[in-house]
Design a protein around this ligand. Structure first.
Ligand SMILES: Nc1nc2c(ncn2[C@@H]2O[C@H](COP(=O)(O)OP(=O)(O)OP(=O)(O)O)[C@@H](O)[C@H]2O)c(=O)[nH]1
Ligand SMILES: [Mg+2]
Length: 222
């Protein structure tokens, strides 16, 4: 059995801990992050040939390190170099939630996206083109409704299928460069029937653009 370390990251309330519980069942323990009062949850599950240790990172809107939660999340991804980061997105607030995912992709970490709260999105008339989103971001996207256990097996399979790759490899490979803000905008254009106009509000897109402007180093060849 091969060991792997992965992390769950996402905005507060996106459903990370619900996914963590669904993945690990009772194989988990809770402590504190060293020197912090923030809880650290770690658990184990098996899929295929892998025994996967999963860390439930604190809810973060970005890796900008404005809060203790963001500092923990950023430092863990940079220093512990998990072989994979599962970003948990609230499908009903996709645009805002994508900000963190794009930052994680820009660090060069392999990513699998759990498009959680798919039930809430559907109730609000929001339809998301999962294929387009996956292509634009260069990462697998799995729909989940974590509190009903839906999509968890698919998520496990996507985790097992994601090849191990070093940060150096993924930042060198041009094709693995994450989506530009423009192409992400295209994915949004395909998302939603307009029931929730906040999905296409320009504000978050501008945030993504400024992010890309500041940190768009991923596409530079070295
Ligand atoms: N409707 C719906 N509710 C969900 C889903 N997933 C989780 N929830 C609920 O959403 C709430 C928040 O879920 P959590 O798993 O605690 O979210 P979290 O990302 O760990 O939150 P923080 O740790 O505070 O950042 C809980 O009440 C869950 O039961 C989902 O797919 N659909
Ligand atoms: Mg949680």
């Amino acid at each position: 059995m091969k060991g792997r370390l992965i992390a769950l990251a996402g905005n507060p309330n996106a459903g990370k801990s619900t996914i963590f519980n669904a993945l690990t069942g009772s194989n988990q323990h809770v402590g504190n992050w060293p020197g912090k009062t923030v809880a650290k949850k770690e658990g184990v599950f098996q899929v295929g040939e892998f025994e996967i240790t999963v860390v439930d990172l604190p809810g973060s809107y970005s890796l900008a390190a404005y809060s203790p939660e963001e500092i923990i999340t950023r430092d863990f991804i940079i220093n512990e170099r998990p072989s994979l980061v599962v970003t948990v997105l609230d499908a009903a607030n996709l645009e805002r939630n994508l900000y963190l995912t794009i930052q994680v992709l820009e660090l060069g970490a392999p990513v699998v996206i759990a498009l959680n709260m798919s039930d809430v999105a559907r109730e609000r008339g929001i339809t998301i083109d999962v294929e387009a989103l996956s292509q634009e971001l260069g990462a697998p996207v799995v729909r989940t409704v974590a509190n009903q256990g839906k999509g968890i097996e698919d998520l496990k399979e996507a985790i097992a299928a994601r090849p191990e790759s070093s940060r150096a490899e993924s930042s060198r490979a041009g094709s693995s460069c994450p989506a530009s803000s423009r192409s992400v905008s295209h994915a949004f254009a395909n998302a939603g029937s307009g029931a929730d106009r906040s999905l296409s509000e320009p504000v978050a897109i501008e945030n993504v653009q400024s992010l890309k402007g500041e940190k768009g180093k991923c596409c530079e060849s070295d």
